[in-house]
Design a protein around this ligand. Structure first.
Ligand SMILES: [Zn+2]
Length: 177
């Protein structure tokens, strides 16, 4: 049962129904886009070119619950975008914030019982471990079996710095491990 589709279907319900529909409008708009996810997470506004990196960063290839992917959907804001819906999955902030290196403007909606109960945005973590590759060939992380570690140097600078060799990498040129 998709309860959002039943709003004001019966016009004889009158003003009360209209008011109720208005207050629900925002979440309904989101829900119409995301169809019927009963519980789980919707990741919206993914640049289509970054979809597969997002899938990989969240390890969705190993996910056991239902994952629905909308690729190259029309978007007024972005031209085209992609959406991922993951049933019965709620990510930690750390997992979500990893997305900041590839898709900093995605929005997450947490769905419970067909309602959007929370919206989250991605925030760049101060430290990224095992996500970004260092482009200094002499860096120890490229020569030893170990995880990379980068510090975020702030929005104005827009760079990450390798913890081990101090190499700075622009966010626009980040390569994933
Ligand atoms: Zn390095």
């Amino acid at each position: 049962m998709k309860r959002q589709e039943h709003f004001c279907a019966d016009e004889s319900k009158g003003q009360a129904c209209m008011d109720y529909a208005e207050t629900r409008k925002k979440s309904r708009e989101v829900q119409l886009q995301v169809a019927a996810l009963e519980n789980g997470t919707v990741i919206d506004h993914i640049p289509s070119s970054k979809l597969f990196q997002v899938i990989s960063l969240l390890h969705l290839e190993k996910e056991r619950s239902a994952v629905t992917i909308g690729y190259n959907l029309k978007s007024r804001k972005m031209g085209h975008k992609s959406i991922i819906k993951i049933a019965d999955k709620f990510f930690s902030d750390d997992e979500i914030n990893q997305l900041s290196v590839v898709a900093p403007n995605v929005t997450l909606s947490i769905i419970r019982d067909y309602e959007v109960v929370e919206k989250k945005e991605v925030r760049m973590p101060e430290e990224l471990i095992g996500i970004v590759r260092c482009d200094n060939h002499k860096c120890i992380t490229n020569n030893e079996p170990m995880q990379t570690r980068f510090h975020f140097l702030g929005k104005e600078r827009g760079t990450l710095q390798c913890h081990y060799c101090n190499r700075e990498i622009s966010l626009s040129e980040v390569k994933l491990v």
